[in-house]
Write a protein that binds this ligand. Structure first.
Ligand code: RAM
Length: 524
């Protein structure tokens, strides 16, 4: 069972000034009214993904007179995040019983043929987007209070009576986002698959950009710092909504653990509160997000305000290093002290060591920009020590690869992060990447988040062709399976994979998968 690292005794400290700054950057959401584009039939076919066939045009929706057991599946044409209103009526004899029906929303067609009763995973079944509704009096306009993330909506009549039928006169979705994809220039390329990958990335990012950068509008609907880092990069290459990044940085700094540690995620409703979940890599990422933001905007005031928070993360995580300058895990849940990827059984030491070096390099840059020469020098020395330890103790000369943990595990993650952290130069990095690809170690990559870092490492080592090939294989693979937005998890070798015990609660519009638009725009 996968779990996260939780600190239940956590005391929080709040910086009201930072919170005000965050609130002053809150976006006004844009609204788009969307209607179904067709009536569809979604059917299992014995393969991993079902068949979708168009049954009817949307104008005919009111002609369906629905009696007990009837289903109507509507396709909204693309992934939506928004509020749904249904105009319902009755035909036949007077309505002599309540209308009782089920609404089921799915981000992808596969969810529509999955059965919520079968769910037995470890995160809440409340995430499954399904409602059982009674309506006593028809006609009515039913405004659903929840926000949904979906492309498909199925209405199943559980019962009417023998004497009347339910009619869906109209369905509307008021889709919301803080940005509009129409404002982004298309990617300049002749390659149709790359164009499509770029568009789907942008749609993914748009639908996650709400009052904060959400990780997934279906689930978890909150701001995670690992996701934020990648969303911010993709946002710089496309929407350039700097205020939303600024808001999220201030929110993370506005409330920390008593010792200043930045949480892995936070909530903004019913009121702002940071979560009691901590990952070493996620806390460290505060520094690169701040540095990237400064590089994009030149906003020195924000850099000055938030630099102490960035430096504090480095200090706190530096306490996890042993006398050999190697990082060690913490907390009661083994292996979840640091995130890196959802790969089962992944040893995270080497990747975490590299993430630390990667982040301290950015923190050092911040110190230099702010004229804090002593701090910058301290960090330079620390980076050198941690880099030496990685080169001397985590490098296996015989295998020509980095190893991790007591069992000297070999994984993609360790190689990728050592390259990104510049523990090796791009020449050697390229050899390592070629080698790990040829070896294809058992500890693979399952999240788009890890696959992003893999592509980024390839680009860093001048392996552009391989990087594009992987973009097409991995993100293109999701498109071939019908993705309108990219997913939280995709393992080409196991499409049903989920870290939660069942793919029905997986998120299919997930922030950390939106980066091809950044990778492509950066490399073209
Ligand atoms: C999941 C979400 C989120 C991610 C965390 C670590 O809950 O997918 O995006 O950042 O894991």
């Amino acid at each position: 069972m996968a779990m996260v690292s939780i600190d239940l005794d956590m005391n929080r400290v709040t910086n009201e000034r930072f919170l005000e700054k965050a609130n002053s950057c809150a976006p006004k959401l844009k609204e788009f009214i969307v209607h179904p584009v067709s009536v569809v039939d979604i059917r299992k076919n014995g393969r991993d993904y079902p068949d979708v066939s168009v049954l009817d045009v949307p104008e005919n929706i009111p002609n369906y007179h629905m009696k007990k057991g009837d289903k109507l599946c509507l396709d909204f044409g693309d992934h939506q995040v928004g509020y749904v209103t249904l105009k319902l009526a009755a035909v036949g004899s007077p309505q002599d019983a309540p209308a009782y029906f089920r609404l089921k929303f799915g981000e992808i067609a596969k969810e529509m043929v999955e059965c919520s009763e079968d769910y037995d995973g470890w995160i809440s079944r409340g995430w499954i987007q399904e409602e059982y509704i009674h309506v006593d009096v028809l006609p009515t306009t039913l405004e659903l209070p929840r926000r949904y993330a979906f492309r498909y909506l199925e209405i199943e009549t559980i019962d009417t009576s023998l004497k009347w039928q339910l009619v869906v006169e109209d369905v509307e979705c008021r889709s919301v986002s803080s940005v509009d994809a129409a404002d982004v220039k298309p990617l300049e390329t002749e390659d149709e698959m790359l164009q499509k990958i770029d568009q789907v990335s942008i749609r993914t990012l748009q639908n996650c950009m709400q009052s904060v950068f959400e990780d997934g509008p279906k689930r978890d609907r909150r701001l995670w710092i690992g996701d934020l880092r990648l969303q911010a990069l993709a946002n710089y290459a496309t929407f350039q909504n700097y205020d939303l990044v600024k808001r999220c940085l201030y929110l993370f700094a506005a409330q920390t653990r008593e010792d200043g540690r930045v949480s892995a995620c936070l909530f903004t409703e019913p009121q702002f509160i940071v979560d009691d979940t901590f990952f070493a890599d996620y806390s460290l990422f505060f520094a690169p997000i701040l540095m990237d933001y400064y590089e994009e905007t030149g906003d020195i005031e924000t850099l000055r305000d938030l630099a102490p928070c960035a430096f504090r993360q480095i200090e706190l995580i530096s306490q996890l290093f042993n006398e050999k300058e190697l990082i060690e895990g913490e907390g009661s849940v083994p292996n979840m002290w640091c995130f890196i990827d959802w790969t089962e059984g992944l040893d995270k030491q080497a990747a975490a060591q590299a993430v630390y070096i990667y982040c301290e390099r950015r923190a050092r840059r911040i110190a230099e920009i702010l004229g804090e020469a002593e701090k910058a020098e301290e960090m330079r020395l620390d980076i050198a020590k941690k880099t030496d330890a990685a080169r001397n103790l985590l490098w296996d000369e015989e295998q020509g690869l980095f190893v991790s943990g007591e069992d000297r595990q070999i994984s993609y993650a360790s190689q990728v992060w050592m390259v990104l952290a510049e523990v090796v130069d791009p020449g050697k990095g390229g050899e390592i990447m070629d080698h790990v690809i040829a070896m294809d170690p058992e500890k693979g990559m399952v999240s788009p988040y890890m696959n992003h870092h893999f592509v980024e490492a390839l680009l860093m080592c001048g392996r552009k062709e391989k990087a594009l090939e992987h973009l097409k294989y991995y993100w293109g693979g999701m498109i071939k399976l019908g993705a309108d937005t990219f997913w939280e998890l995709y393992n080409p070798e196991n499409p049903a994979e989920s870290p939660y015990g069942s793919s029905i609660v997986n998120s299919y519009c997930h922030a950390w998968s939106c980066t091809p638009t950044y990778l492509l725009r950066k490399s073209m």
